[in-house]
Design a protein around this ligand. Sequence first.
Ligand code: F6P
Length: 544
Amino acid sequence: MTERILPSRRPAWTALQTHFQSAQKLHLRDLFASDPGRGTRMTAEGAGVFLDYSKNRVTDETLKLLIALANECDLKGRIKAMFGGEKINITENRAVLHTALRAPRTATITVDGKNIVPDVHETLDRMSSFCDRIRSGEWKGHTGKPIRSIVNIGIGGSDLGPVMAYEALRHYTKRELTFRFVSNVDGTDFAEAVRDLDPTETLFIVSSKTFTTLETMTNAQTAREWLLSALRDPAAVAKHFVAVSTNADAVSAFGIDTANMFGFWDWVGGRYSMDSAIGLSTMLAVGPAGFRDMLAGFHAMDEHFQTAAFEKNLPVLMGLIGLWYSSFFEAETVAVLPYDQYLKRFPAYLQQLTMESNGKRVTLGGVEVDYQTGAIYWGEPGTNGQHSFYQLIHQGTKLIPCDFLAFCKSLNPLGRHHDLLLANVFAQAEALAFGKTAEQVKADGVPDWLVPHKTFPGNRPSNTLMLEKLTPFALGSLIALYEHIVFTQGVIWDLGSFDQWGVELGKVLAQRIVPELEGSTEPNLKHDTSTNALIRRYRAAKKK
Ligand code: F6P
């Protein structure tokens, strides 16, 4: 364990601050002009992912200093501690071992003296045989019909990963099965998800690590009522409900047979759980072999992260460069721009992964930081975003580092579409980096008054990630890449990246307000004047 001092007091951080004074003035145009090798040198490759980071506002010196900072923060040691099962989630006293979910059968990973890998594979094997039974039609619903529709009920990490993976891997899914995902406690979510489904052919997966989450439990009860109002026999629940949870007692209290429960463990965080049994809907969609390919992709990136030199290590490079923008340039956001329609939910998935992990303002030692931490992640698939918010990225006042994601081969090769798509992703990164000077605009014959409007300052940074094709393996390696970027940044910022205390207060306050909305007698409201007035207004509207 390294000495616990605020990272911004470290010599490497101070050296970066000094370096920043000159580096912030450099323009990508000049960096490229003075260094013909830059575009091919500033690249790295691992686990099937190629990274071009040359269009970032960094020099070789910046990278040297960032890597020195990583070394001073003992990133290597922290990686070892995480993969080795040390209880690095100190505020919850837990190991952080999502990487064990994709470890090969032969691996040994010990938590509290026990090798956990056999349990991981036992669950995977149970999931596989369950999925085979559903996909083949062998598993019958209560009235003897096979399952045709699968509804995953969960929220946060028990929803965003499954939805994203289903959309991302749609090309590989069994098209005869219909998949729906219900997360919001807003009844509309459930109502719209089931309105055209036949209860006799529907399977609900109740996915909740804790099995106490208000939204999920409310939706699961509603699903039970929906099913039983059609099938009129409580015995039907066993054929139409399965659970994914760490909480067997709560699962059986709900009425789901624990024989139909797929477990995971407290060393898997919700936002790191899509490759655990929480991925049951993914496995149902793409089949056990597809799911295992995805796990192999995760594992390949895990290996790369553990073994590649920091200078060539994708998560380390992207993590450090991201931190350079957040903590030195004070850039507020990162745009993730996948040029693949199947990845339309990838930015939403990354929002929980990144922001629930590194949206923290005190160090592991409880000291308030004096630097910017986790960025706001957002994005939409290209080319759609180009016709919406890219204007601000090109010519606005904010610095928005971008991650462009592209695949060399389309899963739906149609005429010129893929060349046009890829031409756009390359063009956007080029335009952002190099812009168009006033002189170039004038040379086009643009009148003087219009020149400022048509000038692009450039110097807007981006990474370009290229993969061969969107496969389950590729998806796994991409997700693991971002998991480890988050880890790298969390280590350097000295954050507890694996807890999420910030979500608790709102949950507690909501529980207090529920009876104030539902009670028939006027409640004695003791909130602030704004909250009191809003509650009164809602109660009055309900009565009308
Ligand atoms: O409220 C946040 C959170 O705890 C997330 O971290 C988690 O992914 C989500 O709720 C759902 O929790 P569970 O799987 O226990 O229902």
